[in-house]
Design a protein around this ligand. Structure first.
Ligand code: LAG
Ligand code: CA
Length: 459
């Protein structure tokens, strides 16, 4: 059975998308653990269609549930899980369980297959196509279906991918067997890919067959007026909150002072306690509705805001540098062998301001937002109770002002960039916030004390 929230006080998830297992392991012990991240999300670990390195999306087309993939083999995967655990992190795997590959004939693991035929695992009658359950004569999901009936969205084929008959006993058992194999290797939870395209009753049944209490968060992209809604899935796990990054893009290209009320009262958003948030993911960074690393300072500031704000379980995303939106990651013979920061790979998760805010996030947990101030459309400041305070300047000029911080008097370290901040006996600080910059302070992290967990160099 699923559990509702990630365990422990450290809940920030680094999403190392398309990273190979050996590089994830290196990152867990060298950077993520020391910085205070609580978990790492890794790419789909099962065998899949191979397009020989040309595209990123072949890994979302499962060919088998054995664990030789673009990102490494089973022993590398298992070693990565152990290393990340030793570094204090949970490991969450991207689980592609709505469908099997819809094209091609060979896999990373060297297996042969055809559409609706995956030897030793699934055959034709395990798919909706053969049971005539879809409702569309071409068996595909069409754009117009989303506003129509859940049956089309969940029983037809997503971009032609062979749609598993998840109401069938054999299929449920096979999927649960795959998830249990990962749990046996130490996996702590799952991002459920394309959950919107599987009936939540079927998913609940499958989760019920999984041992332990993995943390489950599901990809259910919100659309106003659609037949399938994220709220239909919050009874069986958490959901990825797609409105979050959409609104942040809108406000960081508009008026960040509007963020004062940001949260579940905003259109389409779920309760924070049911949501995993992200400024970008691998799909949204390739679209037009979210900020991405290509947006530079605004993207970084939005991530700092995410780690400071009291809503959801935050994810910090890093994939590879790209210009062609279909192109795959750097590879050797199709396989990803080394994710090198700054050399084809993005590493916001190592940024000193981001790691400082991971420490902030952990330190302020449970404290409400207070002391909100927005002197203009580009500058905001708020505290989390008396535990931490941040100001963000999204403008192109520096801003000097005096703010109520909610913190006791003292001289604090700016955890987003160094330097000190003096808070007076009335709890106020006079600061100059750099253009496209930030200042954040944490109770207990005064400049006379040893830094807490946020002070990790990006080397
Ligand atoms: C997800 N969400 O529901 C992933 O986040 C998303 O990235 C996946 O789509 C999708 N589920 C399926 O797991 C990606 C690409 C698609 C790609 C698909 C399968 O965004 O473009 O489709 O993975 O690899 C590709 C081709 C299609 C083709 C399809 C089937 O782009 O043209 O029809 O494969 O052969
Ligand atoms: Ca389906």
């Amino acid at each position: 059975a699923a559990q509702a929230a990630p365990p422990g006080d450290k809940d920030v998830i680094a999403n190392l998308w398309s990273w190979n297992w050996n590089s994830v392991a290196r990152e867990c012990s060298g950077h993520l653990g020391p910085a205070g991240y609580g978990g790492v999300q890794v790419s789909p670990p099962q065998d899949s269609l191979t397009r020989g390195g040309a595209v990123w999306w072949d890994v979302y087309q499962p060919a088998d549930y054995t664990l030789t993939s673009k990102f490494g083999n089973e022993s590398q995967f298992a070693a990565m899980v152990r290393t990340c655990h030793d570094a204090g992190l949970k490991v969450y795997a991207d689980a592609v369980i709505n469908h099997m590959t819809g094209q091609g004939s060979t896999s990373y693991g060297g297996r042969s297959f055809g559409k609706y035929n995956y030897p030793g695992l699934y055959s034709a009658n395990d798919f909706h196509y053969y049971s005539e359950d879809c409702g569309n004569s071409d068996n595909l999901i069409h754009d117009g279906d989303y506003g129509g009936s859940a049956r089309n969205v969940q029983n037809c084929e997503l971009v032609g991918l062979s749609d598993l008959e998840t109401e069938e006993e054999y299929v449920r058992g096979a999927i649960a067997g795959y998830l249990n194999r990962l749990v046996a290797l130490g996996v702590d939870g799952f991002r459920i890919d394309a959950a919107k395209h599987t009936n939540p009753g079927d998913l609940g049944n499958i989760y019920g067959r999984v041992s332990g209490s993995p943390y489950i968060y599901q990809e259910v992209i919100y659309g106003g007026g659609e037949a399938v809604q994220p709220g239909q899935y919050t009874g069986i796990g958490d959901v990825l909150e797609f409105q979050y990054g959409r609104y942040l893009r809108e406000k960081f290209y508009g008026n960040i002072a509007d963020l004062r009320t940001f949260g579940e009262t905003w259109g389409g958003m779920q309760p924070g306690g049911k949501s995993v948030t992200f400024v970008a993911n691998h799909d949204t960074e390739r679209g037009t509705t979210a900020l991405s690393y290509k947006d530079g300072a605004a993207y970084r500031l939005a991530n700092l805001f995410q780690l400071a704000w009291n809503y959801g379980t935050p994810q910090v995303y890093d994939g590879f540098t790209w210009s062609d939106r279909e192109a795959g990651p750097p590879h050797s013979g199709g396989f990803v062998t080394d994710a090198v920061c700054g050399s084809g790979w993005e590493c916001l998760h190592r940024d000193a301001a981001i790691t400082g805010m991971v420490g902030f996030h952990n330190a302020v947990k449970g404290s409400a937002v207070a002391n909100w101030s927005a002197p203009n459309a580009n500058v905001i400041a708020f505290s989390r109770g008396a535990k931490g305070w941040i100001t963000i300047n999204n403008g192109t000029g520096s801003y000097a002002g005096t703010f109520a911080t909610g913190l006791p008097a003292g001289t604090y370290t700016n955890v987003t960039g160094g330097g000190t901040v003096t808070v007076n006996a009335s709890g106020q600080a006079a600061v100059s916030v750099p253009a496209k910059g930030s200042i954040a302070i944490v109770a207990g992290a005064t400049s006379s004390q040893a830094p807490v967990t946020f002070n990790v160099n990006a080397s």
